[in-house]
Design a binder for this molecule. Structure first.
Ligand code: SF4
Ligand SMILES: [Zn+2]
Length: 122
């Protein structure tokens, strides 16, 4: 459950206005449009992905204190790191399987032989 950026009380992610301090949490009163707010003195743009890559064309840039398009660049880099980690893990497994193909084949043959021997005894 997210916290209200003003009073820091936990609020339901779908509410459009904070039930404690009446701060507007969604843009245009629509629960699907988050309204990001700067919490301190710093402007949102300083930590926004679109400011960093210079793709934002909003007139309030670089002094936005509220924005519907804000994208936290620290979250973006965490997502990229997580994706890289999961790709790395899969890639490592793939490499290990390729390198140890003879061993895997031998293990497969042993399992099949044991299964045949087990069912032939019955
Ligand atoms: S999207 Fe909003 S917060 Fe991001 S750079 Fe543009 S105006 Fe600033
Ligand atoms: Zn509040």
């Amino acid at each position: 459950m997210p916290n209200c950026p003003k009073c820091h009380q936990p609020v339901n992610a779908q509410v459009t206005t904070c039930p404690y301090c009446r701060t507007e949490l969604k843009a245009y009163g629509h629960p699907g449009i988050p309204l990001h707010r700067a919490t301190g003195e710093e402007f949102l743009c300083n930590t926004c992905t679109y400011h960093e890559d210079d793709t934002c064309t909003f007139s309030k840039r670089p002094y936005a204190k509220e924005c519907t398009m804000y994208s936290d660049r620290s979250q973006e880099s965490q997502q990229i790191t997580a994706t890289r980690y999961s790709l790395g893990w899969r890639h490592s497994l793939q490499l290990w399987c390729q390198r140890n193909q003879p061993l895997l084949l031998l293990c497969g043959l042993i399992v099949v032989s044991l299964a045949i021997a087990f069912y032939a005894r019955k």
